[in-house]
Design a protein around this ligand. Structure first.
Ligand code: F6R
Length: 615
């Protein structure tokens, strides 16, 4: 979704802001803009455009031709994902105040904007855009009494909703003020310059030392100094976090798309998720971020899981783990529903919140609701320092490195690996014997190798993708652990290839959707060698009887599946509880290659955003 970059320092801010905006492109956006400041009381320069950052670069070079060699040492930039108002130049950020002396960029949604807007109109203000954000620029100007931070703080007191904002003014050509409530702002601390961004990807090229604002914080940043306080102007101090991501992690490294790179990274990212955490001799896993000793874990009676999208599918696998492996009562909720339906949370409940980005608004709301009800909250996040990681209380990082492709891939397999370790650790405080624990830990330790073997099937998967890329509808079916894998396979295909795809429990097909099956509707049947396979084979027969072509994902050497199905992707044998990992990697490759053959914009599918920070 929307992205913010701000710079103050001796260098020309245009280059730094534009390259930062490029780094944020993966989040999804439809227009972009930049506001620059030169010196005291000189008019701010504003350039905005619908479309891509490359369009913004063209617009900047028109507005500021090469012969204009002024060095703008202060500026803010934005990528917008439209919520209020269509994606066009006027609605793109930054927005200027009436006098043109204040420029703002905003992520989030101002819920009371209509009320604020009508009051401002009565006071003689005119609005150029249809956005909820423009009110912020006018309010800051109205509240300004010589102190930019004071004006931002006074404005914050009037805003309802969520925001990350960055503000500059021609009256303060050496200062950026930024603030957050519900939408992230990170500050990169460099020598003699400061970079502010909504996402650390825009910062790590310059520094690994980052401060994350908390809700209600306002930062005043110059090139050499930062000052953080609350809305009530009480100074606060925030810890510096070291980010160990490498700039190469956010580059394609020779792959055609980030998604393909991230699919191929999985042997390594799964290894990173389990590294140092598997205690083979004790038959358990040690997740230090959990901050719970076995006695505390034994006191937890119930696991509630909340997540969205792909993370929700990983959570479904996690629910099965807690039931199967740990024998614990467990439930999974879509995060929005968790909060909306007033769930029953007791003191012995542990909410496991799963979020790759750690910023998903609905998952964050579930975390806050669970805290409110006195539950223990454990976050499983990838992005270090993200809001959910910080608010959860305790948690486990995935260590998967940045996931740039909008379609989540490596995060899923790392989430499943972490959930397996978590369930084993809980199970060892209950009935799981040390020997059974050792066997499971051993099975997990070979997962990187198994991931590699699935990826080695890519050329076969490409041939299957070529055969079915023209289809308009797909079904994915599976049972048990293969049911969440079916939902995930269908989600992956629909989001990047725009083919209509639905995931079903294999048994549910005959309760309605089977009506849609015919020769042009392929069914992906997930039938690795697990006890439920025999029943799913029966469901495959039902599909074949309706002339639907069946693509199976099955265990190497399974001749029954080979002779029944039209096409087969084989995965290596592995323990049933880990089958979602290799099966999903095969699905990711199938979806990727179908989308590539169809010529879809794989890393930035239409209408989608990487980090969904609105509810
Ligand atoms: C699908 C996808 C989304 C995310 C969902 C939650 O490929 O990426 O469904 O999984 O938006 O995001 P996180 O995990 O960041 O909370």
């Amino acid at each position: 979704m929307c992205g913010i970059v701000g710079y103050v320092g001796p260098r020309n801010s245009i280059n730094i802001i534009v390259s930062g905006l490029h780094r944020l492109e993966y989040r999804g956006y439809d227009s972009a803009g930049i506001a620059l400041c030169l010196k005291n009381n000189e008019k701010l320069v504003l350039v905005k455009t619908p479309g891509k950052i490359s369009d913004l670069e063209t617009a900047i070079s028109k507005a500021l031709p090469v012969k204009d060699n002024r060095t703008f040492t202060l500026g803010i930039g934005h990528t917008r994902w439209a919520t209020h108002g269509v994606p066009n130049q006027v609605n793109a950020h930054p927005h200027l105040s009436r006098s043109g002396e204040f420029a703002i960029v905003h992520n989030g949604i101002i819920e009371n904007y209509a009320d604020l807007k009508s009051r401002l109109i009565k006071q003689g203000y005119t609005f150029k855009s249809d956005t909820d954000s423009e009110v912020i620029a006018h309010l800051i100007e109205q509240c300004y009494e010589g102190n930019l931070k004071g004006a931002v703080a006074a404005t914050m007191e009037r805003l309802e909703g969520t925001y990350g904002i960055a503000v500059i003014s021609s009256k303060h050509p050496d200062t950026i003020v930024a603030a957050r409530k519900g939408s992230p702002i990170a500050v990169g601390i460099c020598d003699g310059e400061t970079i502010i961004a909504s996402d650390i990807s825009a910062i790590i090229n310059y520094t690994k030392q980052v401060i994350f604002l908390n809700d209600g914080d306002i930062i005043t940043a110059t090139a050499s100094n930062i000052d953080i306080s609350s809305v009530k102007n009480i100074p606060v101090s925030r810890e510096m976090t070291h980010i160990d991501w490498d700039i190469r992690d956010i580059e394609k490294g020779g792959y055609e798309h980030f998604m393909l790179k991230e699919i191929h990274e999985q042997p390594l990212t799964i290894a990173n998720a389990i590294r140092g955490r598997l205690m083979e001799a004790e038959g358990t896993a040690k997740l230090s971020g959990m901050q719970m000793d076995p006695r505390e874990m034994a006191r937890i009676d119930r696991i509630a899981i909340a997540a969205c999208g792909t993370s929700y599918h990983a959570g479904m696998v996690g629910k099965y783990y807690f039931e199967d492996i740990a024998g614990m009562s467990s439930e999974i909720q879509q995060a929005a529903e968790f909060r909306d339906r007033n769930p029953i949370i007791q003191r012995d409940t542990c909410l496991v919140a799963i979020s790759q980005s750690g910023e998903t608004a609905d998952t964050l709301a579930a975390v806050r609701e669970a805290h409110q009800k006195g539950a223990t909250v454990l976050g499983i996040c990838n992005v270090v320092g993200s809001t959910i990681a910080r608010e959860a209380g305790c948690g486990v990082y995935l260590h998967a490195g940045p996931e740039i492709g909008v379609a989540s891939t490596k995060a899923f397999t790392s989430q499943v690996s972490v959930l397996a370790m978590l369930a084993i650790a809980f199970a060892r405080t209950r009935r799981l014997s040390v020997n059974a624990g050792r066997e499971m830990i051993h099975q997990l330790s070979v997962m990187p190798k198994i991931a590699e073997q699935v990826i080695a099937q890519e050329s076969i998967i490409i041939k299957i993708a070529e055969k079915y890329a023209g289809s308009r509808d797909f079904f994915y079916i599976g049972r048990g652990y293969m049911y969440p894998a079916a939902l995930e396979g269908a989600l992956k295909l629909k989001e990047i290839s725009y083919i209509h795809a639905e995931g079903y429990h294999a048994s549910e097909l005959k309760h309605g959707p089977i009506a849609l099956l015919e020769k042009n509707v392929p069914v992906v049947a997930l039938v690795p060698n697990v006890p439920a396979k025999i029943k799913t084979m029966g469901n495959i027969q039902e599909c074949k009887a309706r002339n639907a072509p069946v693509i199976a994902i099955a265990t190497e050497g399974d001749n029954d599946v080979r002779s029944l199905c039209d096409d087969v992707i084989f995965i290596p044998p592995c323990d049933e509880f880990l089958t979602p990992i290799p099966v999903t990697i095969a699905e990711q490759l199938l979806a990727y290659h179908i989308a590539r053959i169809r010529g879809c914009p794989i890393d930035q599918p239409r209408n989608l955003a990487k980090s969904v920070t609105v509810e």
